[in-house]
Design a protein around this ligand. Structure first.
Ligand SMILES: *[C@@H]1O[C@H](CO)[C@@H](O)[C@H](O)[C@H]1NC(C)=O
Ligand SMILES: *[C@@H]1O[C@H](CO)[C@@H](O)[C@H](O)[C@H]1NC(C)=O
Ligand SMILES: *[C@@H]1O[C@H](CO)[C@@H](O)[C@H](O)[C@H]1NC(C)=O
Ligand SMILES: *[C@@H]1O[C@H](CO)[C@@H](O)[C@H](O)[C@H]1NC(C)=O
Ligand SMILES: *[C@@H]1O[C@H](CO)[C@@H](O)[C@H](O)[C@H]1NC(C)=O
Length: 561
């Protein structure tokens, strides 16, 4: 944006730009498996998780107590100003933020932290439909747009160390989701690169059995630079109470000894044997671990309660103006102040990464064939060509979409059709032609196929008032999909996302954004869970699926196990 400034204001801006340049936070880049500042000093993440806990609705489907709302901590300048001195006194150089709202202004907070020498690791997922759904995984245009919008907003700041593409999405019993996560890394990297940005792309993994944990880590960093993550985070709570390197960390350190990209602890700080001594940071920043790990993120600054106890280390006063620190916090301050990782190896002697052949263990189900790059214009083309379109009655339609996909797939199955084209299978690496489109477009596609199977009887497009016949449609749904989505497995550099106010791409209907909804309608992908490919044959199977579809099981923005 061009702004005309009066001379005095212009001078002030020049002066502050100059000041900013003099004191600018050094850029941190990756050489092989290590991070370095511009002057060649090794960089270790001395971090803390920095986000107030969102609203958690407990349910059978929410094993991880994931929140359904969030408060963007980088959009509250007074709070950032309030907290920055505490963070600085604790020698913290990085904060991890789990969800941000790209329509808010982050200038003040990002400046406050940059001036204090504090970097940010920004997770790109949002609660509910803003993350890859573990039960109905999909890498689709709505998520891609959300990720890229956040990158567009944060790329103007000098203190973004990394973007995380997911947190604990892949679990030990659902490794077939991994290709969706890796596709997100691939497209996010390609976009950053196309903008000339070197910000790192990371993933934060749940800890678990070493077979699953290590294979997932290898899977995410294998193959080629273009698809590998730069930064592997392990959420590790294995050092409890007065433990030791041998007792807690020597195993993982040995197992990651040959890892090819940067690794760090994306969360740490066990609470099961209070008080928390934070002595693990002595090990983490010592030669015992520094060759493998580049620091970690202590969990958590703000209160974060779980069944196991309280992870938070400060409390905020009722008026929000001040904070009170805990004894856990004081111990963290002492440990962080006393421990600095060794400045080795020198950048000049650090080897560049090599990208090994991808794992093919039978216990790890993720295919090495990744989902395609979502093609916004192809999906928009399809949407406007469809004969029966989803026309949501409310702005709050994401849950409804899941339900309606379940209903639509059931009806379509009875009418002899299938929902294969909107689903995918990360185990076989087969992805339906419409699988990368926004869930609302997937729904319109199913509605149209049903409507057409019923001889274009207007009643068949009603869906209790959720569907509208598109009189301008000239092609059948399947033909429209073949012509609009001509290359359903293409990967390419994604372009900038459409602006939020502009209406969907190529969209003629009433929706307000190009990205929409959904926990995706689990039925589209319920076949992933069952391993079966054909969709919704049996009605009794459907009931279970529909029940799942109702609750958005977000892929973790936070997890408090
Ligand atoms: C982002 O903030 C805007 C403005 O307050 C709000 O309308 C919108 O719902 C927020 N988005 C999310 C995903 O929270
Ligand atoms: C995306 O889809 C549009 C519309 O069908 C097509 O013209 C374009 O070539 C596609 N882009 C890629 C990279 O496949
Ligand atoms: C959106 O719908 C869900 C489920 O119907 C409901 O729980 C939630 O409160 C609604 N949110 C808003 C902002 O209307
Ligand atoms: C749309 O579908 C939802 C989910 O099946 C249903 O609850 C609702 O009554 C339908 N009609 C409208 C106008 O929202
Ligand atoms: C999530 O659903 C809401 C409507 O409920 C929509 O405004 C938003 O764009 C959706 N987000 C994504 C990433 O699909």
């Amino acid at each position: 944006m061009l702004v005309t400034l009066r001379p005095a204001a212009a001078l002030a801006v020049v002066a502050s730009l100059f000041a900013a340049r003099v004191h600018a936070i050094p850029r941190v880049t990756r050489t092989g498996r290590y991070l370095y500042q511009e002057d060649g000093t090794r960089f270790y993440i001395k971090g803390i998780a920095y986000q107030e806990q969102g609203e958690v609705i407990e349910s059978d489907d929410n094993h991880f107590l994931e929140p359904s709302t969030f408060v963007d901590p980088l959009a509250i300048p007074a709070a950032c100003t309030r907290d920055v001195e505490y963070l600085r006194q604790a020698s913290i150089n990085t904060i991890r933020v789990y969800s941000v709202n790209s329509s808010l202004n982050h200038d003040d907070c990002m400046r406050t932290f940059s001036d204090a020498g504090i970097y940010t690791i920004i997770d790109l997922a949002l609660p509910m439909n803003g993350s890859i759904d573990r039960l109905a995984p999909s890498w689709s245009s709505n998520l891609l747009d959300q990720y890229l919008r956040t990158i567009d907003v944060f790329s103007q700041y000098d203190n973004v160390l990394a973007y995380n593409i997911g947190n604990e999405v892949v679990l030990g019993d659902s490794t077939q989701i991994a290709p969706y996560v890796k596709a997100a890394a691939r497209d996010t990297k390609a976009y950053l690169q196309s903008k000339g940005l070197t910000t790192l792309v990371g993933y934060a993994a749940i800890n678990g059995a070493s077979t699953f944990r290590n294979t997932l880590a290898d899977y995410l960093s294998c193959g080629s630079e273009g698809t590998a993550i730069d930064l592997y985070g392990l959420n590790d709570y294995s050092w409890c109470g007065d433990s030791s390197f041998e007792g807690s960390y020597s195993g993982i350190t040995t197992q990651f000894a040959d890892y090819n990209v940067v690794a760090y602890l994306s969360e740490y700080g066990c609470i099961s044997s209070p008080p928390r001594l934070w002595t693990e940071s002595t090990a983490l920043f010592s030669a015992q671990m520094s060759d493998v790990w580049s620091g970690g993120i202590a969990f958590s600054y703000f209160p974060a309660a779980s069944a196991a106890g309280q992870f938070g280390m400060v409390t905020v006063s009722a008026d929000g103006n001040s904070i009170t620190t805990s004894a856990d916090w004081d111990r963290l301050v002492t440990q962080y102040g006393a421990n600095n990782g060794p400045n080795t190896p020198a950048q000049g002697s650090a080897a560049a990464s090599t990208y090994p052949t991808c794992p093919s263990e039978t216990t790890f189900l993720g295919s090495n064939t990744l989902p395609p790059t979502p093609n916004e214009s192809a999906c928009g083309c399809l949407e406007s060509a469809l004969s029966c379109q989803f026309t949501p009655a409310t702005r709050n339609y994401s849950v409804v979409v899941g339900e309606l996909i379940n209903t639509g797939c059931s009806l379509l199955g009875e009418a002899g059709g299938s929902c294969l084209e909107i689903g995918g299978d990360g185990q076989t690496g087969v992805y339906g032609r419409v699988s990368a489109c926004d869930p609302t477009i997937k729904l319109s596609y199913i509605m149209s196929q049903y409507y057409e199977a019923e001889g274009r009887n207007a009643q068949a497009c009603d869906f209790a008032g959720n569907g509208t016949v598109n009189s301008g449609s000239t092609a059948a749904a399947a033909a429209a999909a073949s012509s609009c989505i001509a290359s359903p497995s293409a990967t390419f550099v994604p372009s900038a996302p459409p602006t939020l106010s502009g209406g969907g791409p190529a969209s003629t209907n009433t929706r307000t954004s190009g990205g929409n909804n959904g926990n995706g309608g689990n039925s589209g992908n319920s076949n992933n869970n069952s391993g079966a490919v054909s969709l919704v044959a049996a009605t009794n199977a459907l009931i279970g699926v529909a029940a799942m579809g109702f609750v958005g099981v977000a892929s973790a923005v936070w997890t408090l196990v």
